[in-house]
Design a protein around this ligand. Structure first.
Ligand code: PGA
Length: 267
């Protein structure tokens, strides 16, 4: 990790040598939380993300499960979002992503896994979204929320225009988000127009937030999310109000940030 970022003060932006190092740092924090809760006979509620960014985190958690007896027996998960409509077995579905990258490889209790449905009848979606919120609250809220950031500045699928008070709901995907997803779906026309996502407020209610951003293509949006005026035009900018939020970035994603940001307050 960067010299400045390795100083004792807990910093909101930490720059790592590479994505692997940053991912391991988050995975180890998650593992500590799971074990601490288990030792107190309590559940650990994780908010999980999909996409290319968190894959290494899941890989490290699976390794710790296999090699270091990390059990997910006390873990409850809530995923951020899912395309709509999409079948859970579809190659691009986030249900399938989570199974393949994490859940199939650890001892999590399946009924403790929650991912927004891509198949709920459209007319039932508002009630379904309210129930998803209620369920998070019933489990005592999210202890740690893992996040990526899209090039639109979205967190989850909270695209530009998503206000600070938004909750879980059906949204329309931004055209840039759909363009970025086109490689997964084969062509742009196959990318769903809609999604169900936790809201900005749902995310902000998490006790800890850890946002990962890797690669040069994220550099500009990371800089804007940290330095532009806070507004619904850039939903990730709201994260600066969170009392326990940290950005973990690699050198490429940090390349538009001024050196002074490492170790300064974000307010
Ligand atoms: P990515 O997506 O991890 O595939 O870059 C991040 C996001 O859109 O939140």
């Amino acid at each position: 990790m960067d010299d400045v970022a390795s100083a004792k003060v807990r910093l909101p932006v930490a720059r790592f040598r590479d994505a692997s190092e940053a991912s391991k740092r988050v995975a180890h924090e998650i593992a500590r939380l799971i074990r601490q809760r288990a030792s107190e006979n309590r559940r650990c509620v994780l908010g999980l993300a999909t996409g290319s960014t968190p894959i290494r985190v899941y890989r490290e958690l699976v390794r710790m499960h296999r090699e270091e007896n990390l059990s997910f027996f006390n873990v409850v998960t809530f995923n951020l979002d899912e395309y709509f409509p999409i079948k859970p077995e579809s190659p691009q579905s986030y249900h399938r992503f989570m199974n393949e990258n994490l859940f199939n490889h650890v001892d999590i209790i399946r009924s403790n896994v929650h991912i927004p449905s891509g198949t709920v009848p459209l007319e039932n979606a508002p009630g379904y979204c309210r129930d998803y919120e209620d369920l998070i609250l019933k489990f005592g809220g999210i202890d740690l929320q893992l996040l990526g950031i899209g090039r639109t500045g979205h967190i989850g699928f909270n695209e530009p225009g998503s206000t600070r008070d938004t909750l879980t709901r059906m949204v329309r995907l931004d055209s840039l988000t759909r363009k970025d997803a086109a490689k997964d779906f084969g062509e742009l026309d196959r990318v769903p127009l809609l999604a169900i996502t936790m809201g900005v407020d749902t995310i902000m209610q998490s006790k800890r937030i850890r946002l990962l951003a890797f690669g040069e293509h994220k550099a500009r949006i990371v800089q804007q999310a940290l330095q532009n005026r806070m507004s619904s035009a850039l939903p990730a900018s709201y994260l600066r109000q969170h009392p326990d939020m940290q950005y973990l970035v690699d050198g490429a994603a940090a390349s538009c940030l001024p050196p002074s940001i490492f170790g300064t307050s974000l307010q």
